[in-house]
Write a protein that binds this ligand. Structure first.
Ligand code: SF4
Length: 379
């Protein structure tokens, strides 16, 4: 059995649960998820039992929860009564509170008012919906199963259910996508009372059949800057490289990742991190392998990794350059780092933080050219 080196005081207040089932497999997806055509009811039951037992295996290391994230896959394909059953031990031990941010990912084609109302009563207070685009052609290119009409009706159901926070995911850099279609997607979605929008640039491995159709670097940059301007002009804060919020409603669970804090990931393929021991580990990416271990009362861990000092230093920069909080000037210890930062300030890739002149942060252009900043400043 794989051992994880945990301090006796190592407890987790951020929990991720991975639900690996989807209606179909989207063309660009590299998450561990299985299409409905490849799954049987007995696999789903075996998974649910294993996940419930994995929660129990870890129960003593789970403290009062600040955030919970149900991701996948498509967690909304699992019945709310099954989710409630999986959470039984956490609910019984009062690990979930009114202040816990409890987020669940849903797809427009797999939510209805009845299940949302049930989830809201259970404690789910944030929905993150994979919309990706409001253009039917782009949705087809991406291999999504829903259409724009289903997005409208899903958003109306979420609002009606009373779940207070709504986040939507959008994809840019889709082959053939224009600024006009991007603008339409953003306009339609931001008319709803959403509090948060994530916008990811489509990236594909070079051997992917669609890789040759991706827009070039200049077009990608143009699209990223357009999204930033559009959302900032209507009151969204660009607080992380791919994330925007209204009324300061940042995604607390993800902020936890980006601040390098601890998190416990349960379910197949889930990752965990304990900064006290600087250790990361990952569960097996197979529901059956995963369940085999849990059924023997063992942790289903595929690998663990103790970060080296240079990995810790690189992570420090990777995380700081994602956030609009930026980093303290004092981090620029070497002459070469200082020179690079001065150059980036001149090139409008970095700026002095408006609320703290001792900090630097990426500009919208700097976010778009983030790899260059990381490469230059982390060495
Ligand atoms: S819905 Fe999400 S997890 Fe499922 S296949 Fe599509 S991108 Fe992947």
């Amino acid at each position: 059995m794989k051992k994880i080196h945990l301090e006796p005081s190592s407890t987790f207040s951020s929990l991720y649960l991975h639900f690996p089932f989807c209606e179909t497999k989207c063309h660009y997806c590299d998450f561990y998820s299985l299409a409905a055509s490849r799954t049987q009811e007995k696999d789903k039951d075996r998974f649910a039992q294993a996940l419930k037992n994995e929660v129990i295996l870890w129960l003593d290391s789970i403290s009062s929860l600040e955030t919970i994230f149900l991701g996948g896959g498509t967690p909304s394909m699992t019945a709310p009564s099954t989710i409630e059953w999986i959470f039984e031990s956490l609910l019984k031990e009062n690990k979930i509170h009114e202040t816990t941010e409890w987020n669940m990912e849903v797809n427009p084609s797999s939510v209805d008012i009845k299940s949302l109302t049930h989830l809201g009563k259970l404690g789910v207070n944030r929905i993150s919906m994979g919309v990706q685009s409001m253009n039917p052609v782009e949705l087809k290119i991406l291999g999504r199963v829903h259409d724009p009409k289903q997005v409208h009706s899903a958003l109306e159901s979420i609002i009606k259910s009373g779940i207070p926070e709504i986040s939507v995911d959008v994809i840019c850099g889709v082959p053939g996508q224009t600024l006009q279609s991007l603008e339409k997607t953003l306009k339609v979605l931001t008319k709803y009372p959403i509090t948060h929008l994530s916008c990811y640039l489509l990236t594909l491995p070079s051997h992917h059949r669609m890789a040759k159709d991706l827009p070039n670097d200049d077009t990608q940059l143009e699209h990223l800057l357009f999204i930033n301007d559009f959302l900032q002009n209507i009151g969204f804060e660009h607080y992380e490289i791919s994330n925007f919020c209204r009324n300061s409603k940042k995604a607390q669970h993800n902020m936890n990742y980006w601040k390098g804090k601890s998190y416990l990931g349960l379910g197949p393929s889930a990752h965990s991190y304990d900064p006290r021991t600087q250790t990361r580990w990952k569960n097996y990416s197979s529901i059956h392998r995963y369940a085999d271990f849990i059924e023997k009362n063992e942790f289903p861990i595929e690998w663990t990794e103790a970060l080296t000092p240079s990995q810790v230093e690189l992570e420090k920069w990777l995380l700081a350059l994602r956030l609009n909080e930026g980093f303290p000037y004092a981090w620029l210890e070497k002459k070469a780092q200082k020179q690079k930062a001065e150059q980036f300030l001149r090139e409008n890739l970095l700026e002095i933080h408006p609320d703290d002149s001792n900090r630097l942060r990426p500009t919208p252009r700097g976010y778009a050219l983030n790899d260059l900043l990381i490469q230059s400043l982390s060495t």
